[in-house]
Design a protein around this ligand. Structure first.
Ligand code: SAM
Length: 323
């Protein structure tokens, strides 16, 4: 609970470190600054920016803990050099958050008008494929650093025919396939084009289809022993999610399993839980559904024996059986 002015001031100035980091990343600071110290003037010349204000930004990044200063020169910390430097995958996550920060600046519209401010994902794919690809790359990083080890679930591997519904670039399809399952990843055609390049040689099959335009998610009815629906339900309003889960159920043979991997609106600290729910309303018009809602959506789509698996918050993983 917030009970003093300084806690509140800390919260309302939270945009400042976020903007400092995303701006430094966008300007290329972490790309040109390795562990060897450089002066602000030297870097400003390379980046074609104002030396004085770059110096101020670098100083702020020292305070944040991503750079260190030696005299009047700056160097990346070991963490920043490794994770934000030219080969560092966290740059993708930083860039993703910069896109979302722009959308959050229009939160008043979201709340006033009751709709998201970001374009629907399908038109983002059409109109800005480069940004859409970058968002999927960032999700792939996040799945690798924080996703649950779903390939360890007996219902999904080894040796199962698994449908990865809205599988993106294959963050979960790859380990499931490596664990010995026969995985079919279904997503929009542009995304499956990217996924098939990423997954070359893994044995994962891809099917490019709009999930809402095929009664059993692009595969023959009853052809799968299990389906994974990871981070897709939260993109959808409740009625759409039930409709999707019905199509997923059609793809699964009787006795097979559905696994839903998501973040619930009522579990999880920080950027998860309630704030993640707001994020979905800004971004997609979906919601971080409550655990109760997830259970009732699965039941509404015809799944039985629904239970939450014992992962710690914010990981929210449900399993159900197709009767
Ligand atoms: C948030 S990403 C999740 C990716 C991956 N499953 C994961 O857990 O990281 C949602 C994915 O679902 C796909 N998707 C959303 N709606 C879809 C639809 N109607 N048809 C096909 N794919 C869809 C998106 O293209 C995207 O790849």
């Amino acid at each position: 609970m917030i009970d003093n002015d300084w806690q509140l001031i800390d919260l309302v100035t939270g945009y400042q470190p976020a903007a400092a980091i995303t701006t430094a990343h966008r300007l290329g600071v972490f790309s040109v600054l390795g562990r060897l110290p450089r002066s602000a003037g030297d870097m400003a010349a390379e980046l074609a920016v104002d030396a004085t204000n770059l110096g101020a930004l670098l100083e702020a990044l020292v305070g944040i803990g991503l750079l260190r200063r030696e005299g009047d020169r700056f160097a990346a910390t070991p963490y920043a050099a490794e994770r934000l430097g030219p080969d560092g995958e966290m740059g993708l996550v930083v860039a993703k958050e910069a896109v979302f920060a722009g959308a959050w600046s229009r939160l008043d519209e979201v709340v006033t008008e009751g709709r998201p401010v970001m374009e629907p994902w399908r038109s983002q794919l059409d109109r800005n494929p480069e940004q859409a690809r970058a968002l999927l790359d960032a999700l792939d990083v996040l799945a690798r650093i924080g996703g649950p080890p779903l390939h360890e679930l007996g219902e999904l591997a080894p040796g199962k025919r698994v449908l990865d519904v809205g599988g993106g670039l294959g963050s979960y399809a790859r380990p499931l396939s490596e664990a010995g399952s026969h995985v079919t990843l279904v997503d929009y055609p542009l995304v499956t084009g990217w996924a098939s390049e990423e997954l070359e040689g893994t044995g994962v099959e891809v099917v490019g289809v709009d999930l809402f335009e095929h009664p059993s998610c692009g595969v023959p009815p009853g052809s799968m022993e299990a389906a994974l629906v990871s981070h897709l339900i939260h993109d959808l309003a409740e009625d759409q999610a039930v409709e999707l889960l019905r199509r997923v159920r059609s793809a699964i043979a009787p006795g097979g399993h559905v696994v839903v991997n998501d973040f619930a609106g009522d579990s999880g600290p920080g950027a998860f839980g309630a704030l993640f729910d707001v994020m979905m309303r800004v971004e997609t018009g979906g919601a971080a559904h409550s655990r109760k809602a997830l259970e009732s959506m699965l039941a509404g789509a015809g799944f039985e024996r629904i239970r939450r698996l014992p992962y710690d918050d914010p990981l929210t993983i449900y399993i159900g059986v197709r009767p």
